[in-house]
Write a protein that binds this ligand. Structure first.
Ligand code: LCS
Length: 393
């Protein structure tokens, strides 16, 4: 993909650059499984890669490709591969780089299923794994083995909001010829661009900020180079984890407002984090925009802003947290994140409930941890709801 000099919001709107033959301003939903060929020779050329005509939706589809081109452009990548869910994006990376006798190094506080699938499925096929605290580079150095085939980071991590030093880890990984993949779901490309920080691959659960409206599940993997892109697209086609055109259309529509949504959610999040940190019943708050965050300075070097995700614990522990969640009326008690509405959840018993107790402890996913995904409502209403719920604790 050619370097794009337009501003971020312009690229959100025009990024894919689709020109519809009938002049439709919006890329239509090409709701078809297959595409007809002009001739048998043309069909053969498409299969031989000598023509860029469409063949079959699992292999490629104009609605899906528009979304893929736009997100790849926003991440300054070579190309994107949209998938049926965020987990299928995670698995696409695992399927491409891991195999019997290979080893993955990852953060001990990644999204529950990103770890769970390694330990429950890939382990059966002989994949080895080290889950460590990647916010400390010394742990990464110690974890690398001769068979390490992938370093998989999530930063900020779900749900601890721990921040890993992507440029330093990439330099270390590359000195051992190990590729690095960053799950950028918590930031979106509006806030952080891991490929610019040295990563080889970036992925998203597009269910979150990229779509932003809590009405689809989807994922995308973006490769920094043509070689990695081709490798991963082939795996996706063979595995069949493609996105559906209708899902791609909704995601492309949601994506257009990513900049203004994230900007607004972040402004709200700063106010909410400051409110929580000053509240006498709150024991701790993890938010990259607070000076109390252990990687506050590092975050400023990688992220253009602190984002809209935070976690906190009440002095009364789990029981107090439960009471709080049962007494919110405006914030929505639900998993997921990155949408226009403020969501509150309890990772230890919800999103990360399948992570074994010992692993949760090591990863800092404590019982008192409550996670907030701040939406684009009025900050005063979010704070008023949390204040009244805290009074009941
Ligand atoms: N990566 C991250 C960082 C995530 O938070 C999630 C889902 C995924 C990948 C998987 O994406 P999905 O297949 O759901 O599109 N995180 C969720 C969460 O924290 N609550 O519900 C889902």
């Amino acid at each position: 993909m050619k370097p794009n000099k337009q501003g971020f919001n312009s690229r959100l709107i025009h990024g894919g650059g689709h020109k519809d033959p009938l002049g439709s301003v919006i890329t239509p939903i090409y709701q078809t499984s297959t595409f007809s060929f002009e001739s048998a020779e043309e069909g053969a050329k498409c299969f031989a890669g000598e023509s860029d005509g469409y063949i079959y939706t699992r292999l490629g589809n104009p609605t899906i490709n528009d979304l893929e081109r736009t997100v790849a452009d926003l991440e300054n990548g070579f190309g994107g591969i949209a998938t049926s869910s965020g987990m299928s994006a995670v698995n696409l990376v695992y399927q491409t780089f891991l195999g019997a006798g290979k080893h993955i190094v990852s953060h001990n506080a990644v999204y529950g299923s990103s770890r769970g699938v390694i330990e429950s499925v890939y382990a059966q096929f002989g994949v080895e794994a080290s889950y460590i605290d990647t916010t400390d580079i010394e742990n990464v150095k110690k974890a690398i083995r001769s068979n390490t085939a992938l370093i998989y980071l999530e930063t900020p991590a779900n749900p601890t909001i721990g921040i890993s030093d992507v440029p330093t880890i990439c330099k270390l990984a590359h000195s051992h010829n190990i590729p690095v993949c960053v799950d950028n779901t918590f930031c979106s490309p509006y806030i952080q661009k891991p490929l610019d920080l040295g990563a080889d691959i970036v992925l998203h659960s597009m269910t979150k900020f990229i779509n932003g409206h809590a009405d689809i599940v989807g994922g995308i993997v973006i490769a920094g180079t043509e070689d990695l892109y081709k490798k991963m697209r082939t795996v996706m086609i063979n595995v069949g984890s493609n996105m559906d055109p209708h899902q791609a259309y909704l995601t492309r529509r949601g994506l257009k407002t990513l900049g203004i949504r994230v900007e607004r959610a972040q402004q709200n999040a700063i106010k909410v984090a400051e409110f929580l940190e000053s509240h006498p019943k709150v024991g701790w708050v993890m938010y990259p925009g607070l000076k109390s965050h252990p990687q506050y300075e590092l975050a400023k070097t990688m992220m253009s802003g602190p984002g809209a995700m935070m976690s906190f614990g009440l002095k009364g522990g789990l029981e107090a947290g439960r009471k709080l969640m049962n007494n919110v009326h405006f914030c929505v008690l639900a998993v997921s994140l990155g949408g226009i509405e403020t969501l509150i959840e309890h990772p230890a018993s919800m999103t990360h409930s399948k992570v074994p107790a010992e692993a949760k402890k090591e990863g800092g996913i404590t019982d008192d941890l409550v996670r907030l995904s701040i939406g684009i409502e009025d900050a005063e209403d979010i704070i008023a709801d949390l204040r009244q719920a805290l009074e009941k604790v």
